[in-house]
Design a protein around this ligand. Structure first.
Ligand SMILES: [Fe+2]
Length: 385
């Protein structure tokens, strides 16, 4: 989905002899998607990327489903998820279906003694709090508050935090993330009316080649199981690569909102999509400017999508008592709308400072056991207040 990019040293042609200064050949790897039919990159390694020494016993990290058929508005206090030192252990799945898993995480420490690879899903880490660097064989992606870090499936990574207080909202998608088709021309370029442009996309930088041998553990997640693999070499020992398959990021703060004289529908807030779901960013913006406009949204029946809103910062004009890190779920089959008084209160307001990430799924979401532990049980009655 991103454009062609190259880092480090690569030979003038694909699949030809490419020799190290000492004379030996670099190992070439093709990283390809949809078989050989979609985005790919070619990487050049100091050692073969295949040197497996051992595989430990696999273990399950499958979400524990508490409610598989949800027909109720829900609200979860995301920041009630307990911080944990380890990045993988800190990840708490809350809403899941066959297209995606939504998780919350408050990891305290960097990954130091293992690498991680999700073999089943592309991952998007939304950085609500914290700062650090994502390391991959493609290079480094520094991240901070508001970043969406996109990690295609199969990419081995190691996350390093500069901070102890980190809050992440994680989307695991079982199909690749892409920009909405209406924003992309047939050359793959983002069009003039897209809220994001190529200038907002951050590509890997600082390619560091780790020529290290030893015991390097990679936790490979596949179909809800973790397979602990051991390799004889460091995993990031690339001298150069090129192609269109790599990690990348953009900031919610670079999303340029589309506004109008009348209330604009949620698709103007869209950032990304994958099969059976879309993602949006609600960012600070000027309100509608028709003299009789009502900035608060109308009541809304999402006939065939579950709406998930993850509240980041600012004040939300349509709701009362919203906390940072709160998640609301307004499912298929029910009407939701502004809280009492919110419509009148919004009239005459000029701008909003709200910041939120939305995920709309076209198939119903299930709630996990951990989601029930952080649920506000009376939320479904909150329109009666
Ligand atoms: Fe809605």
């Amino acid at each position: 989905m991103p454009y062609y990019f190259a880092q480090g040293t690569i030979p003038p042609k694909r699949h030809i002899q490419f020799r190290k200064p000492g004379g030996g050949l670099y190992s070439e790897q093709l990283v390809s998607t949809e078989g050989f039919s979609d985005a790919y990159s070619i990487t050049y390694h100091i050692h073969p990327p295949t040197l497996v020494t051992a595989i430990d016993e696999s273990y399950s990290v499958a979400p524990e489903i508490a409610i598989s058929n949800n027909a109720q508005h829900r609200s979860l206090q995301g920041f009630s998820v307990k911080p944990q030192d380890d990045f993988l252990l800190s990840r708490v799945p809350v809403l899941v279906n066959n297209d995606l898993y939504l998780s919350l995480a408050a990891p305290r420490k960097s990954m130091t003694d293992y690498f991680y690879r999700n073999a089943s899903a592309d991952e998007l880490l939304f950085i609500h709090e914290g700062k650090g660097v994502l390391h991959t064989m493609y290079g480094e992606i520094p991240f901070t508050y508001g970043d969406h870090v996109v990690i295609p499936r199969g990419v081995t990574y190691r996350i390093e935090f500069e901070t102890e207080q980190n809050r992440l909202f994680i989307v695991e998608s079982f199909t690749p993330f892409r920009f909405p088709k209406r924003y992309v021309n047939h050359f793959g370029q983002l069009l003039e009316h897209s809220p994001l442009s190529e200038r907002d996309i951050r590509t890997p930088q600082n390619l560091v080649t780790h020529d290290e041998k030893g015991d390097f553990k990679v936790l490979i997640k596949k179909n809800d199981l973790i397979f602990p693999y051991h390799f004889a070499t460091h995993l990031f020992f690339v001298v150069g690569w090129d192609g269109c398959h790599y990690t990348w990021s953009f900031s919610i703060h670079d999303f340029e909102p589309i506004t109008g004289r009348l209330h604009q529908p949620p698709p103007v807030h869209q950032t990304l999509e994958a099969n059976n779901f879309v993602m949006c960013a609600f960012v600070p913006r000027l309100y509608d400017y028709h003299p009789l406009s009502i900035p608060a949204p109308y009541n809304h029946s999402n006939v065939d999508s579950d709406e998930v809103l993850y509240y980041v910062d600012g004040e939300f004009m349509s709701r009362k008592h919203v906390d940072r890190g709160q998640i609301t779920l307004h499912p298929i089959g029910l009407v939701h709308g502004p809280h009492p008084g919110a419509v009148e209160k919004s009239i005459g307001k000029k701008e909003t400072n709200e910041l939120a990430v939305m995920v709309d799924t076209f198939k119903p979401l299930k709630l996990t056991r951990q989601a029930m532990e952080i649920e506000d049980k009376d939320y479904y009655k909150s329109w009666m207040e």
